[in-house]
Design a binder for this molecule. Structure first.
Ligand SMILES: [Zn+2]
Length: 145
C-alpha cells in the first residue's frame, strides 16, 4: 500500500535527498526554524535517480540562504521546491556556495576561530572538500554541517 503524506499548501519540499540524509536535514531545519508547523520526513521513497531517496516537507517555512547553504553540505543533490497555493512555484537545485562565512564552526579544536570565538570562513576546494581559511585544514562537507 502506498504511503500517503498530506500535501502542503504553503511551504517547502526538499526532494532528491540521498536515502539516509533526510533525518540530518530535518535536524538542521529544526535548529533554524521553530518546527511548530507541520513537517514530514519521508524515508526510502522510490527514486529513478537514486533507487531510494528521502523527502522533507515543511508547511509554512521558506528556507533562507544560510539554511539552504547548510543543507547543501549534506545534501548536494537535493532539489528545493517552493509551494504556494498548493502549487510548485519555484524549483531549484541546492548549490554549495564557493565560500561560507560566519555560521559554521571549525571542527579543529585548535583553530583560532574556536580559541578566540572568531568568525569562520570555509572555501570550497572541490565537491568533497572545504578549507578553513584560518587553520587551512580540509574538511568533508558533512563534517561542517
Ligand atoms: Zn579552522
Amino acid at each position: 500500500m502506498p504511503l500517503t503524506v498530506e500535501k502542503i499548501s504553503e511551504g517547502t519540499v526538499i526532494d532528491h535527498l540521498k536515502a539516509g540524509s533526510g533525518a540530518k536535514v530535518l535536524s538542521i531545519l529544526s535548529n533554524a526554524y521553530p518546527l511548530n508547523k507541520m513537517a514530514a520526513l519521508i524515508m526510502n521513497a522510490p527514486s529513478k535517480k537514486f533507487g531510494r531517496k528521502d523527502i522533507v516537507k515543511l508547511e509554512g517555512v521558506f528556507l533562507d540562504e544560510k539554511t539552504a547553504n547548510r543543507v547543501s553540505l549534506i545534501a548536494p543533490s537535493a532539489t528545493i521546491n517552493i509551494i504556494r497555493n498548493s502549487k510548485v512555484v519555484e524549483k531549484r537545485a541546492v548549490e554549495m556556495p564557493k565560500s561560507l562565512s560566519g555560521t559554521l564552526r571549525c571542527p579543529n579544536p585548535k583553530c583560532i576561530t574556536n580559541l578566540e570565538r572568531a568568525e569562520t570562513t570555509f572555501v570550497r576546494v572541490d565537491a568533497g572538500h572545504l578549507r578553513c581559511r584560518h587553520c587551512e585544514r580540509l574538511f568533508a562537507p558533512e563534517e561542517l554541517a
